[in-house]
Ligand binder design. Sequence first.
Ligand code: ADP
Ligand code: MG
Length: 239
Amino acid sequence: MTTMTGHLTARGLMKSYWKGRNEVPVLRGVELEVEHGELLAVVGASGSGKSTLLHLLGLLDAPDAGEVLLEGARIDNRPPGDRDLLRNRTFGFIFQFYHLLPELTALENVLMPHLIGRSFWSYWRQRHPLRTEATALLERVGLGHRLTHLPAELSGGEMQRAAIARALAGRPAVLLADEPTGNLDAGSGQGILELLRDLNRERGLTMIVVTHDQNIARQADRVVQLAGGQIEEWSPALT
Ligand code: ADP
Ligand code: MG
């Protein structure tokens, strides 16, 4: 084994769900390492555990066994307050169905992480620079003309762009994306893909993108496959 330290590492991750008295194993010893600035795609059949893995890596859920390490230091067993901070400041999340708050404008959605991450007064004192930064993020993802639109007034691709801007608001080092183009037509999906690739390059963001979109997989730095609860080398589908 090499001793080089990756950015985010999974060691022997195990996770089961319980259906009544039956244990349904999903992850059976996942070994994975992503390097700083790498764009890693994780492919796998529906139900193979891709979302489960992403949730464990981003501390949205805890493994039954195994470890998650950030720059070589274990993080999955930190106290809840530390894990909240890591979720808010180190990780950014992008989901298939955007998870924008429907009553808030695009700009307010991007400001949300700042409202969650600090006291109201701390937010209030910093509201002007935070607003400027959130506006710049929306401009960066191509939504400068949609700041005050509600999610329902945006297209799917625009909602995902807003969700990407929100994910960047906490200045994450690692972006975790769960089927980010899964609900989009091919054209919008390609746009989202190019945006993620550009952000990865210009900000040195480490990215793990879960997908069964072959297009994403092809444009990643590296592709691994989740099958039988473990990470395997990827073999492109013969389609
Ligand atoms: P993927 O994202 O690759 O489609 P998931 O990680 O969502 O796979 O799910 C893996 C397996 O675990 C599936 O069989 C799914 O039904 C099951 N599963 C996921 N979440 C839960 C849960 N909260 N409770 C019970 N079973 C679950
Ligand atoms: Mg999934």
